[in-house]
Write a protein that binds this ligand. Sequence first.
Ligand SMILES: [Zn+2]
Length: 477
Amino acid sequence: MLKLYNTLTQRKEVFKSLEVGKVKMYNCGPTVYDFAHIGNLRTFIFADTLRRHLENIGYEVRQIMNITDVGHLTADDLNQADSGEDKMLKASKREKKTPQDIANFYTEKFFEDLEKLNFKKAHFFPRATAHIPQIIKMVEILIEKGLAYKKNGNVFYDVTKFKDYGKLSKKKIADLKENARLEEHPDKRHGYDFALWLKAPKEHILKWESPWSLGYPGWHIECSAMSIEYLGETMDIHTGGEDHIFPHHENEIAQSEGCTGKEFANFWMHVRFLLVDDKKMSKSKGNFYILSDILAKGYSAMDFRLLMLSSHYRSNLNFTWDGLKQASTNLKKITRFETRIRNYQPLTEAESEIDFKKYLADFTEAMDNDLNTPKALAILFEIISETNKEIDNQKLNQKNLDLIKFAWEKINKDLGIKIEEKKFAQIPAEIIDLAEKRSDAKKGNDFSKADTLRKEIEEQGYNIDDLPGGNYAIIKK
Ligand SMILES: [Zn+2]
């Protein structure tokens, strides 16, 4: 039975979809003025794993991820607009490209990352700039309903008019009043109101005609407009990073529910921050990484994916290079396991006593428990170590082997680990010969000979990894 933690109710709940067998899911996607950093990627890997698990247990999932390609201010105040804090504009100046070129370039790069990380592609990646009519329509309804007001070509949401404001973030309007920023837009009634539409300053490149001004949409409205367009008024699951809870998702609820009068999303799921060396990632601290930094150090995108799965999405994940190295070692174990079960020829009629069905059930139970990926991975590594032992002792028959292969296939539908085909290339006899000689040298405590043989194996394009019990794995580089 699938249970998911819902930020809205702040507890784990049994998941029930709106429509039997179908799930409608929306993921807040990237803002494409820069490369996605590894913290963003963690959030997206979570969404991909959630989709994989839902499909694996029999749901048909419709997944929508937006691409924010319209410039947004970090706040709604005029001063920022004048000083060009709009991130898309800033990138546009930095790279001497038009905002459209910036958005296209980084969208392309984002898709390349998803491909490398073996994502299932969302069914649609709607872009904000292609949905201005839907956004305008929604703002008009909010004005008609008295939830939004216009002034001098700008439109703001009056949060005091929406009775459920704060239900997701558990913030109270009284507290927001105290925290309201000093420099607020002069056209706002209250500091904590938020922009739905802003009149564009002269230098703003991306702007559209609207009933209020030549301008551009506020920070939050695109997700409300596009999710309703593609998933309907109520969806099953909405995901994002923990920093989205407030204000972004709180405001999405105010906009969507204010407009439709219906519950916007039944489940809200949020991924906690990724830290780097126990610190918040920041460009100025020099601990800011993107996927290509990982690849440049010789690690694979799959090493990174495995590392992300090794911690629960509701815990902070502390990224370290040592942690990545460990994930890389674990990936080699998985690769060796897959190579062995692919190539193993059972020579015995004896039946292994290990209950591989029970292991698979335990794995599924861990994933059903709010996607407990660290526990699920621990179970996988138990399966691997038990399988290795049984293969070493020639204890697997065909039936056992078929069951292990079935279990691994099912497990990997959740994990999404893609092992390069070249790793499965047959290992030439002379390499195995060298490896055996090395093994003998080690047994005889001749470590310098063992080292020389390792180098020889590596020079011929193979890696050799030592495993417990004097075993080793050879993998093509
Ligand atoms: Zn969003």
